[in-house]
Design a protein around this ligand. Structure first.
Ligand code: PXP
Length: 241
């Protein structure tokens, strides 16, 4: 069954804008779960620009579904993950100047290093997902790394400016899913997914979980978290929302 991981980073971004205590991403996670979120995702960045260690520590104790910790593959973050024991970890590239995670992780170019990181985490029963572009060399390297999951970067699909471009990007994602399944990788996807573009991605072969933040939080500001999450679940199923 396809599941929805709700990314709550933006709630922490609003809090950090004033360096205060509200809104609390923990409350957002509770409401998202009550509305039917299947998982909660939080990205603890090296620069701590939104989610803080306090947040992931409390989320670990309060999340009743599953907690996906997004992080860079650094020594510091691996140490935090080994202590925290999230239900799974998604490794992402990080650049300080970026607004959000831009490209996928270069697994092929850093295979030796990532093999070690994956082994460290998975030997402690923390499954690893690698956030990658839908490219064959990256898929093959992801399989070689031993990671259980990939998260396919849907940014190019989401940002396509014409219907033709969007169809071509969806085609690349579909091919990537077929290859991933052949390689024995489990498949998540995310980045830039909205109420209007999510359905074709939801229907891709083998798709297990979609990680969505910006679009749900944008709607939640206007209509409330519970309605925003419920409506995304309907959109994923291709039902009116
Ligand atoms: N997946 C990954 C790996 C991400 O880095 C992000 C952005 O934090 C998302 C999914 C969610 O993207 P969006 O906020 O565009 O839904």
């Amino acid at each position: 069954m396809l599941t929805l991981g709700v990314n709550i980073d933006h709630v922490a971004t609003i809090r950090q804008a004033r360096q205060t205590v509200e809104p609390d991403p923990i409350a957002a996670a509770v409401l998202a779960e009550l509305a039917g979120a299947d998982g909660i995702t939080a990205h603890l960045r090296e620069d701590r620009r939104h989610i803080q260690e306090r947040d992931v520590e409390i989320l670990r104790q309060t999340v009743r579904t599953h907690l996906n910790l997004e992080m860079a593959a650094t020594k510091e973050m691996v140490g935090i993950a080994l202590n925290l024991k999230p239900d799974y970890v998604t490794l992402v590239p990080e650049r300080r100047e970026e607004v959000t995670t831009e490209g996928g992780l270069d697994v092929a170019g850093n295979l030796d290093y990532l093999l070690g990181v994956v082994e460290q985490l998975q030997s402690q029963q923390i499954p690893v997902s690698l956030f990658i572009d839908p490219d064959v060399p990256q898929l093959k390297a992801a399989a070689q790394s031993g990671a259980k999951f990939i998260e396919l970067h849907t940014g190019k699909y989401a940002n396509a400016s014409t219907a033709d471009d969007q169809a071509r990007e969806l085609g690349s994602l579909a091919i990537a899913c077929d290859i991933a399944l052949e390689l024995g990788l489990r498949i998540n996807a995310g980045h830039g997914l909205t109420y209007w573009n999510v359905r074709p991605v939801a229907e891709l072969p083998g798709m297990e979980e979609l990680n969505i933040g910006h679009s749900i939080m944008s709607r939640a500001i206007l209509v409330g978290m519970e309605r925003a999450v419920r409506e995304m679940k309907l959109a994923m199923l291709g039902l009116p929302f």
